[in-house]
Design a protein around this ligand. Structure first.
Ligand SMILES: Cc1cc2nc3c(=O)[nH]c(=O)nc-3n(C[C@H](O)[C@H](O)[C@H](O)COP(=O)(O)O)c2cc1C
Length: 189
């Protein structure tokens, strides 16, 4: 029997007024129809929202959510041809919760649609032991691609690409969960 999975959607931007919410909200409307999984959200904006004591508690909570997750969907923009600092800070706060789990990307931005940030993130996630998936969805000039209700203007095409991404992510989540549950991982010093 296929185990129940948990998918964490990770916000890449922590900016006030971020476009990230438009893309993430669209995903959260469609993901439940595409994958049998509990879906939770992880937001780097919460990390620096309060006092240092509050931060410790937020770090713990996010750590628990990441540990619970069997896979990650990162929704990232591109800043100066790279990934946002807030997303890198979130990744750097943790090591173990990423290990032997898949990461997929939905990106957005100007002409490149955030794909340069995605390619850099593949290097970062490799270092924390995660496996990045091939299929991506990207929105070039993203603000032109969504209508006032936050829906893509060409929904069939992006939904087809999102389905392909989710099928691949589901396979990796299921397969790596089985691996983590059944095969002892020995690190060679
Ligand atoms: C500091 C900064 C640098 C940016 N650099 C790029 C870039 O190199 N390439 C690009 O396609 N878009 C770039 N953009 C445009 C962003 O991708 C776009 O504003 C996006 O909406 C940012 O995501 P956010 O609103 O969720 O933070 C940049 C935006 C900012 C604020």
């Amino acid at each position: 029997m296929k185990p129940r999975l948990t998918l964490a959607l990770i916000y890449g931007s922590a900016r006030d007024g971020r476009f990230c919410d438009t893309v993430a909200d669209w995903l959260l409307r469609h993901l439940p129809d595409m994958i049998e999984a509990d879906i939770l959200t992880v937001d780097p904006a919460h990390l620096n929202a309060g006092s240092s004591m509050a931060r410790t508690e937020v770090e713990r909570r996010i750590g628990r959510d990441l540990a619970r997750a069997d896979g990650f969907l990162v929704v990232t923009p591109e800043y100066n041809h790279g990934y946002p600092a807030a997303l890198k800070e979130l990744i750097d706060c943790y090591q173990k919760p990423w290990s032997a789990k898949p990461v997929a990307f939905v990106s957005y931005g100007g002409v490149s649609g955030g794909l340069r940030a995605v390619e850099q993130l593949r290097q970062v996630f490799a270092e924390v032991g995660a496996a990045t998936t091939r299929e991506t969805v990207s929105f070039a000039n993203a603000w032109e691609q969504f209508d006032a209700e936050g829906n893509p203007r060409a929904p069939e095409d992006v939904l087809r690409r999102l389905r392909a991404l989710v099928v691949q992510l589901d396979w990796w989540m299921t397969t790596l969960k089985h691996g983590r549950d059944t095969v002892v991982f020995r690190e060679v010093a």
